[in-house]
Design a protein around this ligand. Sequence first.
Ligand SMILES: Cc1cc2nc3c(=O)[nH]c(=O)nc-3n(C[C@H](O)[C@H](O)[C@H](O)COP(=O)(O)O)c2cc1C
Length: 357
Amino acid sequence: MGDDVVDYYRKITLGGTGMIITGDFPVTPDGPIRTDTSFTDVAVSGLERIAEVVHRTDGRCMVVAQLNTGYIGKVPSQRQSPFSKNPTPALSEKEIKVIIECFAQGVIKAKSLGYDGVQFHAAHGTLLCDFLSPYANKRQDDYGGTVRKRVNIIREIVTLARQDAGDFPILIKANCTDYIEGGIDADSFPELASEIENAGIDAIEVSGGRYDCLVRTEEELGFRPVPGAESHTRINSVDKQSYFYPYTENLHLSIPIILVGGNKDVEHLEKLLKNGRVDFMAMCRPLICEPDLPNRWLLGQGKSISQCISCNSCIYDMIMNFSNKHARITRCLYKEDTEEYKKAQKWLSSWVENHKV
Ligand SMILES: Cc1cc2nc3c(=O)[nH]c(=O)nc-3n(C[C@H](O)[C@H](O)[C@H](O)COP(=O)(O)O)c2cc1C
């Protein structure tokens, strides 16, 4: 937890964001799940500094810790990804129980560190996303087979976490579409979302996509297949904005709905909010580009559209940083570094060809 990370959260808070959902915190270490201990504590020292700086900077701003697993190399059902040579093996029930406990401990820890809530990352092909998806989850035990059983892992985490954390807010980010045949889609999402609500979740953020879908063509997908599938590029007209909004049409939920993905123009967003189908608008890339965007909009300064060109050069910057011991805060290369921006665009365009097996 470096000072630059803490400063970054301070900057976002000062920019007028109402609630910050962090990038994901792993509740398990990378590597195989250990079933010989009931819980592996992988706390990053200083994690409480993010909650502290947000609240100190603006008492009205909330901060929610997003929880995910580390890279554990297992999935709900054995699966051959288009991007890996060997199939990824399935989790045993015993390993699933450890994961449930690790998430529950993550919730309790986030509460004790001063966060206002947690969000389970169950979108974009994470482990929890795989459990929810009929494409990735073919199990026939308590954790698969029906929509209700695919949601059981969430239900069990929530139940266990609430024994200690009480009514501490637990949000989820889930896919409304996997963009893959046999996966979550517009028809099946409403039932899944209702089951998620029944599992005791307090708010749902609607997202979509997973890496596996990137082997499909642009014509099939309706967007350019570059990393990542949840962050569409070239959003250069209003009809390309807020691209998961249509998937919220048939939701019947009493919990708040947060919409993410291509939210870029405040005038358009206000229209969507007035329709009453979604409650909150989330942004990622526009805030990497302009951390003070919410305040700029509030003050009516400049254009109603974000300066973010949805080029995903920030994804390149983040990925290049993964193995860097002295990683920087993810940047908008389009604004900050023309040479790196050019490299990013080349890397993005060739990513699928270079990684497909
Ligand atoms: C650099 C970068 C990092 C991201 N990291 C996460 C993450 O940790 N957890 C997550 O749920 N989504 C993550 N996303 C996806 C975004 O939260 C968001 O769903 C997606 O970019 C679409 O929203 P946008 O159009 O506002 O960028 C990331 C996206 C980018 C560009």
